[in-house]
Structures are given as C-alpha cells and as structure tokens.
Design a protein around this ligand. Sequence first.
Ligand code: ZN
Length: 365
Amino acid sequence: MLHQTMERVISHVFPHTKEYVYVSWRSHVISTRTFASHTSRLRSVPRAFQNPQSRAFSGFGRRCSNGQYNRFNDSGRGPRAPPLIHHLLLRARTEHFVLLGLGVSAFYYYNTEVVEMTGRRRLNFISAEHELELGEKAYREVLAQHRDHILPDSHPASKMVHRVLERLIPQARVEGAQWRAHVIKADDVRNAFVLPGGKVFVFTGILPFCKDENGLAAVLGHEIAHVVAHHGAEGMTRNYLLRSLVTVASFLFDISAMIPAYLSHYLVNLPNSRVQEAEADDMGLIMMAQACYNPEAAIAFWQRLVNNKEAHEVHQFLSTHPSNENRIHALSEKLNTAQTIYLNSGCQVANEYMPDFRRAFAYHK
Ligand SMILES: [Zn+2]
C-alpha cells in the first residue's frame, strides 16, 4: 500500500514525458513556476526516475525472530538473503577499493572539462555532435507541438526577437549551432526556452516583463548562454550517471529505486540545475553588455517578475532554478563588470530600436 501510494505521488509530481533531452532543456526556461501548462515539465526528472526499477516496500521490511532481525522475502514467508552490498563488503579487499578509486578518478579526469566563460569545472561525456542531434529532434517535436501558435516571421514581435537575437549571436560562438528564434502566442505564459543547437522559443507572455529590447536581451542572453555552455550535454551526463547510480544502489542495498532516485534528484540534480541557471544568468549578463544592451535591464526584468502578484514561486530547494531574489542578488554582484564592458563597447546606439519594440508590442497586444 505504501509503495502504491509512493508511486501515485511520484507519478503526480514527475509526470511521464516523451523525450529526455526535451525535458532537460525545457527545464532551462528563464522564468519558472508561473504557468500550469509548463510547471509539470519544469518539475520533471529523467524517465528512469519516473519508472524506476522499484522493489516493493514490503521487501524492505524486517521481521523480528528469536531476538534477531532477519530479512524476509517479498511474500513474507521466509528469511531473505542479505543485500548484495553485504556480500561484497565481506569479500572486499584493500586492492578492490584502490582499483575502484582509480577507476572513478580516471573516469572523472577523462570526462571533465571547463566552461570557458566562467571557468567552472564539470563532468560531461556527451559529444557536441550528439547534443546537436538530440536538439534537432527536440526542435521538430516542439515545432509540431506549437505549430498552431507560432507567430509568423513577419509579425512585429517575431521581428523584434530576431533583431535582438542577431545582435547577441556574435557573442555566442557555438560550433554547429544554427540559431533560430520563434515566438509562440501564449499571453499567459511568461517563459522562454532554448534547445541544443540554438533554437530559441519565446512565449508572448514574457514580453511585457521585458519592457524593452534591453529586457528581451536579458532573456535571450540567458537562453543563449545555456547553448554556449552546453548545459544540455552536462544535464544529460548528470542524468545518465544518476540513473546508473540509482539502479546500482537499488541492487546493492536491496531497496526501492525510488529512495536513491529521490535523494539524487534533490541532493544532486536540482542543485546542479540551479548552478547552471546561475551560470547562464552570469554569462547572459556579460553577453548582453558585449552586444550593447544595458545590463541593468536584467535586474529590472527580474524585479518585475518578483513584483508580479500572479507568479507563484516554489522554494529554491525544490526548484531547478535559483529563487528570483537570489538571482537579483547574484546579478547585482556582477553588474559592475557588465557595466564596464557595456560602457567600454561604444554602445551609444544601443537604444535606437526602442521605438520598434513599442510598436511591436502594441501590435501584439
Ligand atoms: Zn535557464
């Protein structure tokens, strides 16, 4: 019964999704937790965690017999063998631990890399080519899903997004990327997201919070940064590893896979997602300044979201994103650097497109 209840809870919290990479990248939207239609995806975990190789909780129980605790089998009719970890530890020798340590170290050494703009060291064994392939597949799916709501390129809102994107792209050098932006008509969705390979989607509901092209540059800069930093590949690497560790842990300790899945999701997956989001904020701030967009607009954008009464933010610990207040604080700390770049870049013409934004937004409304 407990097991069934847990499964119901998990299936509710982590609903099934079609495509892993899509989930991974949908989790990198810039504004979260505000839209019912997207909240489920934002809170998703990898498919392996949605349907873990679970074992009934009844097999996890212990029964007392003759003053000793004995493990029983799933039917509860007899004693059950100790978990595999018990046998392994009994037979393990020092050299086994040394070999294991060397193997893990070698794996980490050969699969780590540094994010160029921030210097952050991270694990990633997904090739850029594979990431691009998955991004293309996800792109076709997203286009099919939203085809009836994608605004034409001739629409003023689309033109505005394309214009800002084109100005940011020179700051985002990604081999193999084919940048393309689409605007999706959904006024109640305050969101934007990007797919590996450079396909950016902006929902019309976020445009009022952008206020002008500087604010839109903050949104697009953040999304572009995810592609530049290959956060998709990093996220896939992390989830492949966690999925493997969850499976191994469930076998070793003879427990339901839900337990390590939950632990790894909250203790590893979510914190790392927040690291990526914070990194995308930092990189996006620098890129928008390099492209002559006023970096102060990024902070103003987040403040407008914070002040929005309709936004319901979940606690940071339970979220893939840092809290909006923390984002503002972190961006404020980087603002001096970004402003120096902005002022030294000869950006006096940066705001000449402002009337275009107002016209585009008025038309959209
Ligand atoms: Zn993001």
